[in-house]
Design a protein around this ligand. Structure first.
Ligand code: NDP
Length: 497
């Protein structure tokens, strides 16, 4: 094992006392309570953070509201885009520091942190920057009667919705926050972010870079603390106009309900699921296994869009499971700071315990553990990548999200049966279909109930392509031009002349 050395800026940052970021400055916070940040690769505490409360929530919301009506409203769309581009430049300039911080807090292999949490975040910011000057309405023809020669015209305007509250999960602490921040700022909104308690540090550093990028104070604010306390308090706050949430289905539902009860606050929910990957019989065993590894095992399976249900033609099943086990045995599991690591630890102790209990559930239900199914010895929250052969569509592992490195497999013989099995879930975030027969794939496309369907690929998202869930996997879409609808209100103006 050869780990990269942590930059001095990272160790210094970790040693600071952390709290919140409000009105362009770090704020220690008034609460006496602190919570610890644990490195999931070692189980050791690496930093502490002050728990936020109503005082910090109120300060942040007031600051964001003042900026929304003041400095940010007076900033031209072009300059808003320039701000996002300058922040993208600074993310890239400080790429290694941010990637290392992400890896020590979340257990993400360093190469992925560099590529996604920093590299892709910069790309997303640039994409949103381009939209800032292209948010437009329409002119409309009006057919009202004219008695004395009067005429009518109408147009629509897209107006920024107000202060956005962004609630972020632990799996991509920078990138998912950047999705929300970029969308909000491009549309003229200001934002208050609530990172996950497990990964509250990275965005504190990004907020400092945002100041350096010339984004006016109070346009971006961060309040750290528990979801139940800080998250709810932010949603309840009278200045909150919209909530954009990424996280689990149960929390998302309670967030959506609260936002509705608090005066129909606008809501975007990006939730979990139980995503399917289906391979048709024309695929070779090798291609199927390549696809499974791409779809299910990147970043320990802790990607909302990752596949967890795999449907394999009966004729290929045994060979696929044998080759997959062989490939997983060769996978390099280890420190997230080792550049050759392919799989790191699970992100936190609670999640690790949940995954161990899922192994137990599979055993109790008589599923075959083909590979893995156990914790790895030593410090940290490591488990073996796992392959489970289910018996029935109803088995728990075919229905409940694990959010871990567990693929559960069922074989099928009939493609009609396959369509039914793929859709037999209350969720609909993503799915993939793997075949060389594009005609068949196109016919199946309209039948698969998922907001994001990949053909011969899985997990990749792109800022140009709208992303979000059908059914219980969410409400609203991020990216593309679809995001604009969710961060603006449509105002119609009609006139007589
Ligand atoms: P959670 O739903 O537990 O938490 C998400 C965020 O919500 C955290 O910041 C959490 O704070 C906060 N929160 C918790 N309770 C409340 C509450 N009552 N009111 C307001 N906020 C609250 O999800 P995880 O962080 O465990 O993330 C994993 C889940 O996220 C998986 O189910 C995964 O599928 C989903 N996900 C979905 C994605 C998508 O785009 N569809 C992308 C990534 C993940 P705290 O951590 O402090 O409790």
């Amino acid at each position: 094992m050869s780990e990269i050395n942590l930059l001095e800026s990272v160790t210094t940052f970790l040693q600071r006392s952390h709290g919140h970021y409000i009105n362009g400055a770090s704020v220690a916070g008034q609460e006496n309570e602190i919570f610890s940040i644990v490195n999931p690769a070692s189980g050791e505490v690496i930093a502490t953070v002050n728990q936020g409360g109503d005082t910090e929530v109120h300060q942040a919301m007031q600051a964001a509201s003042a900026a929304f009506h003041g400095v940010w409203a007076q900033t031209s769309p072009l300059e808003r885009g320039n701000c996002l581009n300058r922040l993208a430049d600074l993310l890239q300039k400080n790429s290694e520091e941010l990637a290392q911080l992400e890896s020590v807090c979340s257990g993400k292999p360093i190469q992925l942190s560099r590529m996604l949490d920093v590299g892709a975040s910069a790309d997303y910011l640039r994409y949103f920057a381009g939209w800032s000057t292209k948010i437009t309405g329409e002119t409309l023809n009006v057919s009202l009667p004219s008695f004395k020669g009067e005429k009518y015209s109408a147009f629509t305007r897209r107006e920024p919705i107000g202060v956005v509250v962004g609630i972020i999960p632990w799996n991509f602490s920078i990138m998912i926050a950047i999705w929300k921040l970029g969308a909000a700022l491009a549309c003229g909104c200001t934002i208050v972010l609530k990172p996950s308690e497990y990964t509250p540090l990275t965005m504190l550093r990004v907020a400092e870079l945002a100041k350096e990028a010339g984004i006016p104070d109070s346009v971006i604010n961060i309040v750290n603390g528990s979801g139940a306390r800080v998250g709810s308090s932010l949603i309840n706050h009278p200045q909150c106009a919209k909530v954009t949430f990424t996280g689990s289905v149960p929390t998302g539902m309670s967030v959506g309900k609260l936002a509705m009860e608090q005066g129909l606050k606008r809501t975007t929910l990006e939730l979990g699921g139980k995503n399917a990957a289906a391979f048709l019989s024309d695929m070779t065993v090798e291609k199927i296994v390549d696809g499974i590894l791409e779809a299910g095992y990147v970043y320990q399976g802790q990607i909302c869009a990752a596949a967890e249900r795999f449907y394999i033609p009966s004729v290929h099943m045994d060979a696929v499971l044998a080759l997959l086990s062989e490939r997983l045995s060769a996978m390099k599991i280890g420190s997230p700071l080792d550049e050759s690591t392919e799989m790191g630890p699970l992100a936190n102790k609670e999640h690790y315990e949940k995954i161990l209990s899922m192994f137990e559930t599979a055993r109790q239900e008589g599923n075959e553990i083909v590979h893995g199914g156990y914790a790895l010895e030593g410090a940290g929250f490591f488990v073996a990548p796992t392959v489970i052969r289910a018996n029935r569509v109803e088995d728990t592992l075919m229905n409940e999200e694990t959010f871990g490195p567990i693929g559960t497999f069922l074989s099928y013989d009939d493609e009609e049966e396959l369509m039914t099995m793929m859709n037999a879930t209350p969720f609909g975030l993503s799915a993939s279909l793997w075949t060389n027969d594009m005609s068949k794939a196109m016919r199946m496309t309209s039948r698969i109930e998922a907001g994001m369907l990949w053909i011969n690929m899985h997990t990749f998202v792109d800022p140009a392509v709208p992303f979000g869930g059908m059914k219980s996997s969410g409400m609203g879409r991020e990216f593309g031009s679809a995001f604009i609808e969710h961060y603006t209100e449509l105002k119609s103006v009609m006139m007589r002349y």
